[in-house]
Structure formats: structure tokens, C-alpha cells
Design a protein around this ligand. Structure first.
Ligand SMILES: Nc1ncnc2c1ncn2[C@@H]1O[C@H](COP(=O)(O)OP(=O)(O)OP(=O)(O)O)[C@@H](O)[C@H]1O
Ligand SMILES: [Mg+2]
Length: 454
């Protein structure tokens, strides 16, 4: 049997693509492009050539109710000529070849619009023999379909630091979406971020990338806490104001300092900066953004119920982290909590609920996805972290992006350990002590006040 897709290709090549199949790509071009592109072009011709039949079979057609009265329903005993049959309207399409597949613009007709095409997307994927058809409204009257031959999110990308690029502390470039668009989430005014996902799906690499983006700025100081206790962060400690592995007392000591910093900054911000929110001015060398990374954060929130002394420390750590997340926003302290633990209690809800951003790599269960991203994720099956369990999706995360509806899947770049280590060494001279700084800034202030009093 002749494969209709190949037949469409042969026809297009034979006719120069112009006579039988009038769309932008020509048969001539077909001969000059690589095999991947040819496959996309063939599929495009196939979709175009079979569109009327496909639309009819899937029910994306409608009879023209604007036809003259009585045209739909013959009167009893009335003989009808074939020309009297009600007109069947099929939405017109325009097919374009793109890097990952085909873009098909469908002109809406009658009651066939966004909702009907969304409902038909899986049937269209079957009819066109593609893994996925995505549907969105392009502009009034046009719905855009994307028939993806390969999911672009499965192609890994790599982060390369650009030393000459200015560091924008207000935003956080996280990667690219399925259409190759840069995705950025907000960093200004964010005091808490939850980062979740199954072991080995890219959480630490994501944090390395963020570290590399921020490390060249003297207006950023890091606190790095690694609950795994392994070597993951060893090379980055050089660029950290404070750091610790999984030793509970050490973590307690580190967080106590950060907590004290927060209290002093709260007390001094109005006098030192003249504003009540550092983001109104943006962080600076004199008032740096303090990024607190707690990897494998669940390590520090679990109570044993048997070891009282340990549970006391755990309780205090939990309280300090909760306050940092709840009150750190105005004073420029941002806490990022990463966890592979999938249960709802991995990060206490009173901490999680105060985090403004959540990012989830693959998850095994709906419960885990809800624990990371909130209950709304259930309404967005396309961006559900359960979809990401395949190794091809290592490094792909689901998140809310301001200005976009629902959740967005993002391919995050991989940062090589060497890259991050080199950057940490190169920027180690930028480490300063924000606690000493605020103590100095506020002491100076009291001295001035004292002078005035005297
Ligand atoms: N963005 C990415 N793109 C491609 N591959 C990645 C990406 N991120 C991570 N990987 C690969 O996956 C491996 C595990 O990544 P990573 O250590 O970041 O996972 P993790 O989620 O922190 O795991 P764990 O929970 O065990 O700490 C990396 O060594 C790397 O090979
Ligand atoms: Mg990790």
C-alpha cells in the first residue's frame, strides 16, 4: 500500500510543491534540507492533503446554518437536487514548517474555535501521527496548533556563564519553554522558593545555575547549606558568606546568624536606606541580597520524637526558616528550599505556603506534585510533573510564570560542576559579611544619634 505521507512528498517534489500543494515550502527546498527537516515537511504536506477528511472524521466541520430557510431539512416528499444540500464548512488551515514540527493556523468557523480544537487535540495527534498537538488562541479568529514531531523539551541545554553580561537581580532566567522562548521568573520581592523533584532530576544543577548567574555580582552574598552532606557544594563554599553541610548544630549556628541579620536589617532599613523595602532601590554592595540555599531541606525539619535535644534544635531551625521566608522579603533575604522528599510534610506547610515561587521537576505521584506546586496543578495535565518521569525530562521543571496562564514546562540548562567551581573561585574575593555590615551601619547611626543628643 502506498503511504499517503510519501505520496504527498512525491507529489510535492514532482510539482515543485506549487501546483498541487499551495503552501510556503516548495519541493525544491525539500531537496536541499536535512533529513529531520524533510520529515517535518512531509508531515506538513500530509496534514494539508488530508485535512478535509481529517476534519470531517473528527467532527471539526459544521453545516452552514446561514443557508436559506428549509435548506437543512427537506419538506415531506420534496425532491432535492444535490446543489440544494446544506453547505458543509471546514475551517481553513495554513501549515508552516518550524524547527520542531508544524505550525497550523486554523481559521475559526461557526462554533468551531479554541475549545473544540483543544478537545480534539489528541484525535488530531493520532490522525497526524505525531506525539503531541498543542493548541492556543493566536488572535481573534485564528487558533494556532503545534504538531510536534519531537518534544523540544527533551533536548538538553547547557549553561555557559557570560562574564560580560550585567547581573539582573530582579529576575531569574530559568530556561526555555517548549517553543524555545526564554522563561524568566521574578526574583525581586521573593523571599521563599520551593524546589522539588525526584532524586536525580536536576534540582542541584538548577541551583548551581542560579549560583553562577548571581556569583559575579558584589550585591549578592550566599549562605549554602547542604543537607545531603556530600561533596555537591564543596567547590562553591569559596563564594559563600556562610556554609554548612548536614551537621544540625552547625546549620543552627548558620541560620541563627542569618536570622539575626534579618532582625537588624528590619530595625535599620528605614534609617540606612531611607526606604522600607530594599527592592525599591535594588540590592547593592552596601545592602546585598542574601541568597540562602538549603538543599535537601527536609533533613532539617524532621522531628525524631525520641531525641528531645535534637528535636529542640530542629524546632528552632524550622522557626527561623519560617521567619526568614515570611519576613525576609523587604530586607533582601531570599531562601531557596530544595527537597526530593515527596510527602506533604517534607517542608512544613507554614513555610511552604509563604514561598512565592515553586518549581517542580519530575514527581511520581499527584500528591507529591500538589505538595510542591499546589492543588491547581491538577487542572493542567500538560504541565504535570508526573509527565516528566522519563529520563529524557531530566532538567525539565513545571512552574508558574507570571503573565502566563496555568503552569509552564521549562527546560533548564545543565551547569557543569567545573563551571560552577571555576566561577566560585574567580568570584571568591566578592564575599563580604552582611551581618558585620549592618552592625556597622546601624552602630554608626546610633553614634550620630548620640552625638546629636550630646
Ligand atoms: N538541566 C539538566 N539537563 C541535563 N541533565 C541534567 C540537568 N540537571 C541535571 N542533569 C543530570 O542529572 C544528574 C543529577 O542531577 P542533580 O544532582 O541536579 O539532581 P538532584 O535532583 O539534585 O538529585 P538528588 O535529589 O539526588 O540530589 C546530573 O549529574 C546530570 O547528569
Ligand atoms: Mg541534589
Amino acid at each position: 500500500m502506498v503511504n499517503p505521507e510519501h505520496l504527498a512528498a512525491v507529489m510535492a517534489v514532482a510539482t515543485g510543491g506549487a501546483v498541487a500543494l499551495p503552501y510556503s515550502v516548495t519541493g525544491l527546498r525539500y531537496l536541499t534540507v536535512d533529513a529531520d527537516r524533510r520529515a517535518v515537511m512531509r508531515r506538513g504536506w500530509f496534514i494539508r492533503a488530508t485535512w478535509r477528511r481529517t476534519a470531517a472524521r473528527i467532527g471539526l466541520v459544521q453545516t452552514d446554518h446561514a443557508a436559506k430557510v428549509g435548506a437543512d431539512i427537506p419538506l415531506a416528499g420534496e425532491l432535492r437536487r444535490s446543489s440544494d444540500k446544506p453547505r458543509v464548512l471546514i475551517p481553513r488551515i495554513a501549515v508552516r514548517v518550524e524547527a520542531w514540527g508544524l505550525r497550523i493556523d486554523v481559521r475559526t468557523v461557526g462554533r468551531i474555535g479554541l475549545g473544540e480544537l483543544q478537545a480534539a487535540s489528541s484525535y488530531l495527534a493520532d490522525a497526524w501521527r505525531v506525539p503531541q498537538v498543542r493548541v492556543e488562541q493566536d488572535r481573534p479568529g485564528v487558533v494556532r496548533l503545534r504538531a510536534l514531531l519531537r518534544d523540544p523539551l527533551t533536548v538538553p541545554t547547557r549553561y555557559e556563564p557570560d562574564a560580560s553580561a550585567p547581573v539582573d537581580l530582579a529576575s531569574w532566567p530559568v530556561g526555555r519553554d517548549a517553543d524555545g522562548q526564554e522563561v524568566t521568573i521574578r526574583s525581586s520581592g521573593v523571599s521563599g522558593v520551593v524546589l522539588a523533584g525526584l532524586a536525580g532530576f536536576g534540582k542541584t544543577s538548577f541551583l548551581n545555575t542560579r549560583f553562577c548567574q548571581l556569583a559575579p555580582s558584589p550585591a549578592v552574598q550566599f549562605v549554602l547549606i547542604d543537607g545531603k552532606g556530600g561533596p555537591d557544594y564543596d567547590d562553591l563554599f569559596a563564594r559563600a558568606w556562610l556554609y554548612s553541610k548536614d551537621d544540625l548544630d552547625q546549620v543552627h549556628a548558620v541560620l541563627s546568624k542569618v536570622h539575626r541579620l534579618m532582625l537588624l536589617r528590619q530595625g535599620g532599613i528605614a534609617s540606612v536606606l531611607g526606604v522600607k523595602n530594599v527592592w525599591h532601590l535594588g540590592p547593592s554592595e552596601a545592602w546585598p541580597l542574601v541568597v540562602v540555599v538549603v538543599d535537601e531541606a527536609h533533613t532539617f525539619f524532621n522531628e525524631t520524637k525520641t531525641d528531645k535535644a535534637r528535636d529542640k534544635v530542629t524546632g528552632e531551625i524550622t522557626r527561623m526558616v519560617e521567619e526568614l521566608v515570611r519576613k525576609g522579603r523587604n530586607v533582601g533575604i531570599q531562601t531557596i528550599l530544595a527537597t526530593q522528599k515527596a510527602t506533604g510534610d517534607a517542608i512544613p506547610t507554614r513555610i511552604r505556603d509563604n514561598c512565592q515561587a515553586a518549581v517542580s521537576f519530575a514527581q511520581r505521584t499527584s500528591e507529591a506534585s500538589v505538595a510542591a506546586l499546589g492543588a491547581d496543578i491538577a487542572e493542567y495535565p500538560e504541565a504535570h510533573p508526573r509527565r516528566l518521569q522519563h529520563p529524557d525530562y531530566i532538567g525539565v521543571a513545571s512552574m508558574v510564570v507570571e503573565g502566563r496562564p496555568g503552569f509552564t514546562l521549562v527546560r533548564t540548562p545543565r551547569t557543569e560542576d567545573d563551571t560552577a567551581a571555576r566561577l566560585a573561585a574567580d568570584t571568591a574575593h566578592l564575599v563580604s559579611d552582611p551581618l558585620a555590615l549592618i552592625e556597622y551601619q546601624t552602630r554608626g547611626l546610633h553614634a550620630v544619634e548620640d552625638d546629636t543628643a550630646a
